[in-house]
Design a protein around this ligand. Sequence first.
Ligand code: FES
Length: 120
Amino acid sequence: MPTITFSSPLHKDKTVYAVAGSHRQTILELAKEHHIPIDFGCGNGECGTCLVKVWRIDTQTPPLANPLTEREVRVLKELGKITQTEIDRMALDDIAPNEWRLACQMVIRDEDLLIEYPSR
Ligand code: FES
């Protein structure tokens, strides 16, 4: 069962368990379930309010989770958090190219993660 640690300079760190193998639950859904105050707006990958940094706890590298959705790519590009080179690389590697994600779009998989918020 993956452990997800939410870390913020504004709140005490909190570690929770995610449902193993659900492959549907987003970071934002898990945060809401555990009353972790990640800011959000649209909940649909359009506003960028739920911007977070995500790291694998064991390797301190970006997660192996689902590649960025088209909406994430558009919003992260607008926010200057992803480059065209990284987008091109993601198309080949099929994994997220860096640590920036939208909490409402990233689906949790079976890996232990550190989620940093707010990340602006
Ligand atoms: S809440 Fe709007 S992009 Fe996630």
